[in-house]
Design a protein around this ligand. Structure first.
Ligand SMILES: [Mn+2]
Length: 325
């Protein structure tokens, strides 16, 4: 495809833009993750070292577990005033993924789209879209490499965090020999990667641990062991003074019992029930979520439904057991 063949040209055009421009607006997607925040901080830092004026933006706040990243506090959640020579959008399939960016993008000379999602809409003046890349950070690494940037330890920390989180600790299928090679090059800068892993993976709020315990107690296996069901009631959250963010990633534990093909988690909220799905292989849980008004990816999806928990559970479980039967 032309778009893939043009990638090197696009990299070159971005290099030229960086050389010629003085001010940059950087933004990532809503509910930012490690890849978005890490990539943004690394580019921001390199641009500043090149003497550029840089403004970092995320409409939603930086998640608590990523606030240790160098200069994470320089990411603003208020749309800046004034003009910029260029905007660089990270991981936004469309500009709307970044929130209310339109007004500021109109004040930016050029728009650059850097992404590894295949759903990207090529809306930029420059589009560096690499769906086979494990993470946006891998693309950013390549940009720095082409530019002969000597990365600092802090910049390497940001890119490493982006890669390790987006690959699920080098676990997801998008992880390639190249991903590991880049991680290795980043480690060579000498940052304390064991400390970073500790902060990312061995540090958990007490509320999260309590909620995880309650969710695991609720685990049920259905459909001959192919379906795992986790249930969290509103009273569980109340008891531990926990919020819904404390149950993030709990669903993944449902996929652990041998033989499980699909996991579903029900989370009772004030007037709704949030339902999260995971699957391995070909079972498309995005279709299930879509049938109930939600969406997502083939192996990870979710929806929110109105009604009492027992009825919603029954409805969803009957669809899933039928699919797995
Ligand atoms: Mn990503």
């Amino acid at each position: 495809m032309m778009r893939t063949l043009d990638l090197e040209t696009e990299f070159k055009r971005l290099e030229d833009l960086i050389t010629g421009a003085d001010s940059f607006f950087l933004a990532g997607h809503l509910n930012p993750d490690g890849d978005t925040i890490g990539s943004m901080l690394a580019i921001g830092s390199v641009l500043k070292r090149l003497g550029k004026k840089v403004r970092l933006f995320s409409q939603d706040p930086v998640p608590e577990n990523l606030r240790f990243l160098p200069h994470a506090n320089t990411i603003h959640s208020r749309v800046p005033k004034g003009k910029f020579d260029a905007a660089i959008l990270l991981e936004c399939s469309t500009p709307a993924r970044g929130g209310a960016l339109e007004p500021v993008l109109r004040r930016c000379g050029k728009v650059v789209n850097i992404d590894h999602h295949k759903t990207s809409e090529f809306y930029g003046d420059i589009n560096i879209v690499e769906p086979h890349s494990s993470s946006t950070a891998e693309i950013v690494y390549r940009l720095f490499y082409n530019m002969n940037v000597n990365m600092t330890r802090r910049e390497a920390t940001c890119l490493y965090t982006a890669i390790v989180t987006d690959t699920g600790r080098f676990h997801f299928p998008a992880t390639t020999p190249r991903t590991l090679e880049i991680a290795s090059r980043l480690l060579e800068t000498g940052f304390k990667f064991s400390r970073i892993n500790d902060l990312l993976y061995a540090t958990k709020a007490c509320e999260s641990l309590k909620i995880l315990g309650r969710a695991l107690e609720s685990l049920e296996l259905k459909a001959g062991g192919k379906l795992a069901v986790l249930t969290l009631k509103a009273s569980d959250f109340k008891e531990f003074e926990a919020r819904s963010e404390h149950s993030e990633n709990v669903i993944n534990f449902g996929m652990m019992p041998p033989g499980v093909k699909t996991a579903v988690m029900f989370r009772e909220e004030e007037d709704r029930v949030s339902v999260t799905f995971r699957s391995r292989g070909h079972l498309d849980v995005s279709a299930v979520a879509k049938a109930f008004g939600g969406g997502g990816h083939r192996n990870a999806s979710g929806c929110r439904m109105r009604g009492p928990l027992p009825q919603i559970r029954e409805k969803v479980l009957s669809v899933l057991t039928r699919l797995l039967g």
